[in-house]
Design a binder for this molecule. Structure first.
Ligand code: ZN
Length: 315
C-alpha cells in the first residue's frame, strides 16, 4: 500500500516535472523559436506537443514543433501531408480533431520523402482511416532498403518506426484529385533519391494562392546528392518563382534556415497577433530569398564534398 503511494507520488512528481520543463523551456540564447524545436529542445517531448493552427482556409498545421504535418481538408475528405513519427503520432491525430476534423476521413497520406521523421506515423494513421499512402517508386525502394539494412545490422525498427506497406506510387506529372482539390506532383531529388513536391491552391478569405511543399529542402549524400539537389533548386528557380505559400516540411530547416528567422512558428505568431491583417504565410519574397540562399548553399556543399572526396583519395 505504502509502496504504491510512494510510487504514485513519484509518478506525479515526474509528470509535474515534465509539465514544468515544457512550460518553462524555450529557445537557447541565439536560437529562434522554430529553431529550438530542432535544436536545444529537440528531445523535450512535452515541448514538442504544440497546439495545431490554421494557416490558410484549407491548410492546417497539425504536427509537433519539429516536423510539419499539413492537413488539407477538401469537399470529399482529408489529405494529410506527412505524419511525423512516435512519440508524436497520437498528438497529430488529436490535433486533427482539435481543428474540427475526423481523422477517419483522411483519404490520402502524401509523404514528402522516405525519412522516418516524416513517414513514421503512416502505418498507424492508415490503420485508423484506410487512407492511401503515396510516395515515389524511388523513395518507396529507398525506405525499404534502409529498413532491410537496419535489420541486417541487428538494429530493426522500433515499434512505430516501421516503413509503411508499399501502397500508392506517384510520379512526376501526376495529379491527385479529391473533391474540389487537385494536387500536382513533381519529383525534386537531392535530399533523398526521389523526394516528391506538391503544388495546390491554398485559399485565404476565399482567394486562391499557389502553395508548394518542397519534399527535400536540403542536400544529402555527398557530391551526387548535392548535384541532384542543385538541379532541383535550379528547376525551382526557373519554373516555380511564383510560389506564394511555402509549406515547409520543418518549422526550421537545418540546412538553409528561412530568411530573417521567419520559420513557420514565427509566421504563426505574426498571424495570431494580427488576425485581420494580411496573412504572413502568403510571402513570395520569402520563398525567392530562400531559393537564393539554398542555391548558394548547395554550390558550397558540392565544393566541400568534392574537396572531401579528393582528400579521401590522396590519403
Ligand atoms: Zn529528411
Amino acid at each position: 500500500m505504502r509502496g504504491t503511494r510512494i510510487a504514485t507520488f513519484a509518478l506525479a512528481c515526474l509528470a509535474t516535472g515534465a509539465l514544468i520543463s515544457a512550460q518553462t523551456a524555450g529557445p537557447a540564447p541565439g536560437e529562434s523559436l522554430s529553431q529550438s524545436y530542432r535544436g536545444s529542445q529537440a528531445r523535450n517531448v512535452e515541448y514538442q506537443k504544440i497546439a495545431p493552427f490554421k494557416v490558410m482556409d484549407n491548410v492546417y498545421y497539425v504536427g509537433p514543433g519539429t516536423v510539419s504535418v499539413w492537413l488539407v481538408p477538401t469537399s470529399a475528405g482529408l489529405i494529410l501531408i506527412d505524419t511525423a513519427q512516435e512519440p508524436y503520432v497520437d498528438t497529430v491525430i488529436d490535433n486533427i480533431r482539435k481543428v474540427g476534423f475526423d481523422p477517419k476521413n483522411i483519404k490520402y497520406i502524401l509523404l514528402t520523402h522516405g525519412h522516418l521523421d516524416h513517414f513514421g506515423g503512416a502505418t498507424k494513421i492508415k490503420a485508423l482511416s484506410g487512407a492511401r499512402v503515396a510516395l515515389t517508386e524511388t523513395d518507396w525502394n529507398f525506405m525499404a532498403t534502409q529498413q532491410a539494412n537496419q535489420i541486417k545490422n541487428g538494429r530493426g525498427p522500433k515499434p512505430g518506426d516501421e516503413v509503411p506497406a508499399k501502397d500508392m506510387v506517384i510520379k512526376e506529372g501526376d495529379t491527385i484529385t479529391l473533391g474540389d482539390t487537385k494536387i500536382k506532383v513533381y519529383v525534386l531529388p537531392g535530399h533523398t533519391p526521389g523526394s516528391p513536391a506538391y503544388e495546390f491552391t491554398a485559399f485565404d478569405k476565399g482567394k486562391g494562392y499557389k502553395a508548394f511543399v518542397f519534399g527535400g529542402p536540403g542536400p544529402r549524400n555527398g557530391v551526387e546528392g548535392g548535384t541532384e539537389f542543385l538541379q532541383s533548386i535550379e528547376r525551382l528557380e526557373k519554373n516555380f518563382t511564383d510560389v506564394q505559400v511555402a509549406l515547409n516540411v520543418h518549422s526550421y530547416l537545418n540546412s538553409y534556415p528561412y530568411p530573417n528567422n521567419m520559420g513557420i512558428l514565427e509566421l504563426r505568431d505574426v498571424k495570431a497577433k494580427n488576425p485581420n491583417g494580411p496573412n504572413p504565410f502568403i510571402n513570395n519574397a520569402l520563398w525567392r530569398q530562400w531559393l537564393k540562399d539554398a542555391h548558394a548553399g548547395a554550390v558550397k556543399y558540392i565544393a566541400e564534398e568534392k574537396a572531401k572526396a579528393q582528400k579521401g583519395q590522396t590519403n
